[in-house]
Design a protein around this ligand. Structure first.
Ligand SMILES: [Zn+2]
Length: 134
Protein backbone atom coordinates (compact mmCIF):
# COMPACT_ATOMS: atom_id res chain seq x y z
CA UNK A 1 0.00 0.00 0.00
CA UNK A 2 1.41 3.37 -1.00
CA UNK A 3 0.32 6.77 0.27
CA UNK A 4 0.44 9.86 -1.90
CA UNK A 5 -0.10 13.38 -0.57
CA UNK A 6 -0.86 16.59 -2.35
CA UNK A 7 -0.51 19.90 -0.51
CA UNK A 8 -2.40 23.08 -1.43
CA UNK A 9 -3.08 26.37 0.29
CA UNK A 10 -6.13 28.58 0.41
CA UNK A 11 -7.17 31.71 2.26
CA UNK A 12 -10.53 32.11 3.92
CA UNK A 13 -12.35 34.09 6.59
CA UNK A 14 -14.42 32.76 9.45
CA UNK A 15 -15.71 33.42 12.93
CA UNK A 16 -17.00 31.17 15.69
CA UNK A 17 -20.32 32.28 17.06
CA UNK A 18 -23.38 30.60 18.53
CA UNK A 19 -26.51 32.72 17.99
CA UNK A 20 -28.14 31.05 21.00
CA UNK A 21 -25.51 32.59 23.31
CA UNK A 22 -25.10 36.17 24.45
CA UNK A 23 -22.11 38.14 23.13
CA UNK A 24 -20.41 37.68 26.52
CA UNK A 25 -20.99 33.92 26.52
CA UNK A 26 -19.74 33.67 22.94
CA UNK A 27 -16.57 35.46 23.92
CA UNK A 28 -16.12 33.14 26.90
CA UNK A 29 -16.57 29.99 24.77
CA UNK A 30 -14.79 31.05 21.59
CA UNK A 31 -12.39 33.74 22.79
CA UNK A 32 -11.01 36.09 20.14
CA UNK A 33 -12.30 33.77 17.38
CA UNK A 34 -15.72 35.41 17.88
CA UNK A 35 -14.49 38.22 15.64
CA UNK A 36 -14.27 37.63 11.91
CA UNK A 37 -10.68 36.97 10.83
CA UNK A 38 -8.77 35.08 8.18
CA UNK A 39 -6.28 32.27 7.82
CA UNK A 40 -4.10 30.89 5.09
CA UNK A 41 -4.96 27.23 5.38
CA UNK A 42 -2.74 24.41 4.23
CA UNK A 43 -4.62 21.40 2.95
CA UNK A 44 -2.97 17.99 2.63
CA UNK A 45 -4.94 15.32 0.84
CA UNK A 46 -3.53 11.81 1.14
CA UNK A 47 -4.75 8.96 -1.03
CA UNK A 48 -3.70 5.34 -0.82
CA UNK A 49 -3.57 2.52 -3.31
CA UNK A 50 -1.34 0.20 -5.22
CA UNK A 51 1.28 1.64 -7.53
CA UNK A 52 0.16 0.90 -11.06
CA UNK A 53 2.81 -1.08 -12.93
CA UNK A 54 2.60 0.86 -16.18
CA UNK A 55 2.51 4.44 -14.86
CA UNK A 56 4.24 4.12 -11.49
CA UNK A 57 1.39 6.19 -10.02
CA UNK A 58 -1.02 5.56 -7.17
CA UNK A 59 -3.30 7.89 -9.10
CA UNK A 60 -2.96 10.57 -11.74
CA UNK A 61 -1.69 13.67 -9.89
CA UNK A 62 -3.21 16.00 -12.46
CA UNK A 63 -6.57 14.41 -11.87
CA UNK A 64 -6.17 14.79 -8.09
CA UNK A 65 -5.18 18.45 -8.51
CA UNK A 66 -8.20 19.15 -10.72
CA UNK A 67 -10.47 17.44 -8.22
CA UNK A 68 -9.10 19.52 -5.31
CA UNK A 69 -9.47 22.69 -7.39
CA UNK A 70 -13.05 21.92 -8.30
CA UNK A 71 -14.30 20.56 -4.98
CA UNK A 72 -12.30 22.64 -2.47
CA UNK A 73 -10.49 25.65 -3.94
CA UNK A 74 -13.40 26.93 -5.98
CA UNK A 75 -15.64 26.64 -2.91
CA UNK A 76 -13.34 27.84 -0.09
CA UNK A 77 -10.50 29.97 -1.44
CA UNK A 78 -11.03 33.67 -0.65
CA UNK A 79 -14.46 32.86 0.75
CA UNK A 80 -16.29 33.44 4.00
CA UNK A 81 -16.55 29.92 5.43
CA UNK A 82 -19.57 30.82 7.59
CA UNK A 83 -21.60 32.23 4.74
CA UNK A 84 -20.38 30.73 1.49
CA UNK A 85 -19.80 27.04 2.11
CA UNK A 86 -23.22 25.36 2.22
CA UNK A 87 -22.00 22.33 4.21
CA UNK A 88 -20.72 24.61 6.98
CA UNK A 89 -23.98 26.50 7.49
CA UNK A 90 -25.16 25.87 11.02
CA UNK A 91 -21.75 24.46 12.02
CA UNK A 92 -18.77 26.23 13.52
CA UNK A 93 -16.23 26.52 10.67
CA UNK A 94 -13.45 25.04 12.79
CA UNK A 95 -10.40 23.34 11.37
CA UNK A 96 -12.01 20.02 12.33
CA UNK A 97 -15.25 20.74 10.48
CA UNK A 98 -13.40 22.08 7.43
CA UNK A 99 -11.43 18.79 7.26
CA UNK A 100 -14.67 16.76 7.42
CA UNK A 101 -16.31 18.87 4.70
CA UNK A 102 -13.25 18.52 2.45
CA UNK A 103 -13.38 14.74 2.95
CA UNK A 104 -17.07 14.58 2.05
CA UNK A 105 -16.52 16.69 -1.07
CA UNK A 106 -13.55 14.62 -2.33
CA UNK A 107 -14.24 11.01 -1.34
CA UNK A 108 -17.10 10.26 -3.77
CA UNK A 109 -15.07 11.44 -6.77
CA UNK A 110 -11.82 9.51 -6.32
CA UNK A 111 -11.22 6.85 -8.91
CA UNK A 112 -8.49 4.23 -8.66
CA UNK A 113 -7.31 5.31 -5.21
CA UNK A 114 -8.90 5.63 -1.78
CA UNK A 115 -8.98 8.77 0.31
CA UNK A 116 -6.84 8.10 3.38
CA UNK A 117 -6.51 11.37 5.25
CA UNK A 118 -7.49 15.01 4.98
CA UNK A 119 -5.25 17.32 7.02
CA UNK A 120 -6.19 20.98 7.36
CA UNK A 121 -3.66 23.32 8.96
CA UNK A 122 -4.85 26.64 10.24
CA UNK A 123 -1.29 27.63 11.10
CA UNK A 124 2.07 26.21 12.08
CA UNK A 125 0.82 25.01 15.46
CA UNK A 126 -2.71 23.83 14.77
CA UNK A 127 -4.13 21.22 12.44
CA UNK A 128 -6.89 18.66 12.24
CA UNK A 129 -6.80 15.22 10.62
CA UNK A 130 -9.85 13.38 9.38
CA UNK A 131 -9.77 9.75 8.32
CA UNK A 132 -13.44 9.27 7.52
CA UNK A 133 -15.96 7.30 9.51
CA UNK A 134 -14.51 4.17 11.14
ZN1 LIG B 1 -9.68 31.29 13.02
Amino acid sequence: MTYLTRRSTFSAAHRYYDPALSPEENRRVFGPCVGRHGHTYTLEVTVRGDVEQRTGFVMDLGELARLIDREVMSVMDHRDLNEEVPELRGLQPTTENVAIVVWKRLAPHLVGATLHRVRVREGEDLWADYYGEP
